[in-house]
Design a protein around this ligand. Structure first.
Ligand SMILES: Cc1cc2nc3c(=O)[nH]c(=O)nc-3n(C[C@H](O)[C@H](O)[C@H](O)COP(=O)(O)O)c2cc1C
Length: 315
């Protein structure tokens, strides 16, 4: 099985990625949170920092682009190629209102003729390999039967499917019926993404889909950064390792960001996921969310690690 780390805006940037790679290192490909492809402004400082090769040493990173305009994709792909990237991922999954209203992300899935014309241009002219990360439709899962016919026209590196429609955001459960049909119909290699939080989720999924050889993990891996090691070698997440990992991220954010507020904001976002690995965690996450000084944060995190156990992700 190949394991990919899902792109997650605000969470899986280069600081987090480097720490994960240093402490856990079992990921075949990391995907960058989306970069808005454009020709006028170029990369923002934040985007540039995230993809600079010197900030991603030893990591297989696939930059992800968000756009519905082929010249912007091609222009940005060329710039990424110059930085040394030979594969780019296209975001057709983002469900956020501001993205969808501009017919980007999963909003683009509703405009099938435009999508087909866009793909025709980028696959004809792009200078890199292209993979796609997609939802199964905007309003209705039935949309996917037409979408897969479009995707099948283009030889992509892989098709990463998160089997929800845009309207669901992260509600309900992934539509495994449509995923089954997609797997049978796709001419491109397929990677599965969605709701694999625990070893048990993974084992159930692989028993049901023995032919899938690549999965992308997002929230499950953010909660338990050692999930892949647990799946593949039955090594349980170690509290000391998790603490060292946390400290590395925390220290690196302090160096990369200006102001305690920004550092705390990043750490709080991460704790929304990581807290799930701790026993009796409710009062600690409340205090983490409330802390507005680094000293308060340090105190609550120290007491969490001292007083609570790390849970078994096999349960
Ligand atoms: C906070 C957050 C940010 C995300 N940012 C991105 C993104 O930049 N690009 C993308 O393709 N998907 C993004 N996603 C979707 C994830 O990559 C993934 O598809 C989703 O979380 C489902 O996988 P999971 O159930 O393993 O978490 C984001 C999801 C969340 C919750």
């Amino acid at each position: 099985m190949k394991f990919y780390f899902a792109p997650m805006e605000g969470l899986t940037g280069y600081v987090y990625r480097n720490a994960h790679h240093a402490y856990f290192d079992k990921v075949d490909k990391y995907f960058s949170p989306f970069i808005f492809a454009n020709q006028s402004k170029g990369f923002t400082t934040r985007e540039m920092n995230d993809i600079l090769p010197e900030n991603n040493q030893g990591i297989v990173l696939i930059p992800q682009l968000l756009t519905n305009h082929a010249p912007d994709f091609i222009h940005t792909a060329k710039k990424l190629r110059q930085l040394g990237y030979n594969e780019i991922n296209l975001n057709l999954g983002c469900p956020s209102g501001t993205v969808v209203s501009k017919n980007r992300g999963s909003g683009f899935l509703y405009h099938k003729e435009d999508l087909d014309a866009f793909l025709d241009q980028i696959f004809t002219q792009s200078v890199t390999k292209i993979s796609i990360k997609t939802r199964i439709g905007k309003n209705d899962p039935e949309e996917f039967s037409e979408l897969i016919e479009i995707f099948n026209k283009y030889p992509m590196e892989e098709l990463i499917i998160h089997p929800r429609i845009q309207k669901e955001f992260y509600k309900n459960t992934p539509n495994l019926k449509v995923f089954t049909e997609a797997l049978a119909a796709s001419k491109n290699p397929v990677c599965y993404n969605g709701d694999l939080y625990t070893v048990k989720d993974y084992e159930t999924f692989t028993a049901d889909f023995p032919d899938v050889d690549t999965v992308m993990l997002g929230r499950g891996l953010l909660s338990n950064p050692g999930l892949i090691a647990d799946i593949t070698t039955k090594i349980k997440l170690d509290k000391k390792l998790l603490k060292d990992f946390h400290d590395k991220i925390y220290e690196d954010y302090k160096k990369a960001l200006s102001g305690d507020v920004n550092v705390l904001h990043k750490m709080k976002e991460l704790w929304l996921y990581m807290i799930m690995m701790f026993s009796d965690n409710a009062k600690y996450i409340k205090k983490i969310k409330k802390s507005d000084r680094l000293s308060e944060y340090d105190e609550v995190v120290a007491s969490l690690f001292r007083e609570q156990d790390v849970l078994d992700s096999r349960e």
